[in-house]
Ligand binder design. Structure first.
Ligand code: BEZ
Length: 221
């Protein structure tokens, strides 16, 4: 028997890759935001953290804040969330600014009623009934969810990987290609395998590609 249960109060829908990002209106450190009106024509990286004034979260939020110019360069807005009050958020933002000079210059949702956490599957009751896990949602300009990361309470995320994944998604969209293991900007990309015999014959002849075999071929972009 499974002794772990997802009980009523905290049970939430898990959004999936390819779903439209659920819409919501929330109070944030930048005022009230309706998500469908936020960051028009931009990507959004929306992430949750378990609690303000906690050590791992402070390192992560500082990482997002210091990386903000890189997200800006990728046409991407940041949005944080935790199940804390606006008062706590403002106190924490000010505390980190005073201690380190790092300023969290992006909206942080005060999700005291857990509405957004539940909408986005950020409350995972067997990890915590009251704190959001460390989730990251990559949402494209059409507000479709394109990539999801979930980390537990005790392991911080990797900012290089978040930026790499974002750039991989955008590059894949732009060039209609796929990204191999460990792809980073400047590396070769994978071209789609042929779908017909004519395409297969073309592929075999194409000497511009780096080919392991007809179904695994790379090119520079
Ligand atoms: C932290 O950010 O350090 C933390 C928050 C909640 C639970 C455990 C660790």
């Amino acid at each position: 028997m499974n002794t772990e249960s997802n009980t009523s109060e905290t049970t939430n829908v898990m959004p999936r890759i390819g779903d439209q990002a659920p819409d919501f209106t929330a109070v944030t450190t930048k005022g009230k935001i309706k998500f469908s009106d936020f960051a028009k024509d931009k990507w959004v990286v929306m992430f949750s953290h378990p609690a303000d004034f906690t050590p791992v979260c402070t390192t992560e939020m500082s990482g997002f804040a210091t990386g903000k110019s890189e997200f800006d360069a990728l046409n991407t807005e940041l949005m944080g969330l935790s199940i804390d009050s606006i008062h706590a958020h403002l106190g924490w933002v000010q505390n980190v600014r005073e201690n380190t000079g790092v300023y969290f210059d992006f909206p942080i949702i005060a999700d005291l009623d857990m509405k957004v956490s539940k909408l986005y599957g950020m409350l995972q009751p067997n990890e915590s009934e009251t704190a959001a896990v460390r989730a990251v949602f990559f949402i494209d300009p059409s507000k479709k969810i394109r990539l999801i990361m979930y980390y537990p309470l005790n392991v911080g995320r990797n900012m290089d990987e978040i930026l790499r994944a974002l750039e991989a998604l955008q590059t894949s969209d732009k060039h209609k290609v796929a990204m191999p293991l460990d792809w980073k900007k400047g590396d070769k990309v994978i071209v789609s395998p042929p779908k017909t015999l004519d395409e297969l014959n073309e592929r075999i002849k194409d000497e511009s590609l780096e080919k392991v075999d007809w179904y695994l071929a790379k090119k520079s972009i």
